[in-house]
Design a protein around this ligand. Sequence first.
Ligand code: NAP
Length: 341
Amino acid sequence: MYLGHSDPPRKRKASALVSLADGLLWRRGSAGTTFASVTTHLVTGAQGYVGRYLTRELLDRRSDGTVVGVGRSVHSGEALDRYAYEAADILDVPRMRTVLDRYRPERIFHLAAAPRNGSRAEIAQTNVLGTVSLLDAILGLEGYRPRIVIGSSGGVYGALDDDQLPASESAPCVPVDVHGASKLAAEHMARIIGERHGVCVMLARIFNVCGPGQDEQHVCGRLAAQLRPGEGEIRVGNLGATRDFIDVRDVANALAIIGERGACGEAYNVSSGDEMPISGLVDKMVSISGFTGVVPPADSGQRMPSVPRHYGDVTRLRELGFVQRHRIEDSLRDLIAEQRR
Ligand SMILES: NC(=O)c1ccc[n+]([C@@H]2O[C@H](COP(=O)([O-])OP(=O)(O)OC[C@H]3O[C@@H](n4cnc5c(N)ncnc54)[C@H](OP(=O)(O)O)[C@@H]3O)[C@@H](O)[C@H]2O)c1
């Protein structure tokens, strides 16, 4: 249940968790039992695309798990049991320190990020300085050393040679755009600060996310929005490029697994491991949607993007126990159905 943010008592006593109210976990029951057995998670960017699914995933995985969501906007969406939301800017270190001190989450998932089409300054500030600020907020609390999963991107690899694909986590990282560079910088800052100060930092390199609820900033969401019956012609990027699409629900599951079992200092690709040509993606979406308009031919002259082929090796994530549950067809079907509702 979401209610707001009044200050909780410093000591909590209890046995049964009944609600997450007024920004505090309130338990009632046998005196002397402490709060410590509950697994408390904090998700930055909780109201974003991945954050919404991750919040659900964390709540569903453990009946005693609780989640604190953080973002700058006011709380939106439905009220959930065992969930609290705190409106906070990750760049505001004192505010974040107050939020962290209030809940002392054992696991933090850092997904707050600038949009890909943000300005260079916004991208650098939110992605790099925002990550450093979050770590500063953590380090300012004595004796508090949570596990933290940094939401990074498959874009850190840039354009690899054919013989370096699929990209394993040890592949060279030479990003080709400001967004990828900011993610790589954030990775380095988090890893180094974590190692220096004993904070367990894990890096989740997320590839192309797809699935219900996706906005038009991303390729699947953009295509789905155009594939309505009665539309004339769709606009597509270079159909010859390849990408690695993973369902947002699988991303949420993967992040939760990394938070539980990942090794400190390690990077994990969060991807399907399948190389999908954009032309194949468009074909599938056209077939699922029943679109009868014009799709530009594959050789219609668009410039090849700076990363022509991109897909990730998912061995390391699978070794943690990750099993992909959604095929790309399921993701696309659910995305299109959700857009038409
Ligand atoms: N979606 C993808 O295809 C994809 C692929 C690779 C990597 N990733 C990474 O995965 C993570 C989640 O992606 P997403 O698609 O869920 O992103 P998203 O939908 O854009 O959500 C990001 C959230 O971050 C919050 N935020 C931004 N600046 C903030 C600040 N200064 N303080 C607090 N919150 C802030 C925003 O919420 P408010 O407006 O409420 O602040 C926003 O909802 C990101 O790190 C992204 O780079 C995503």
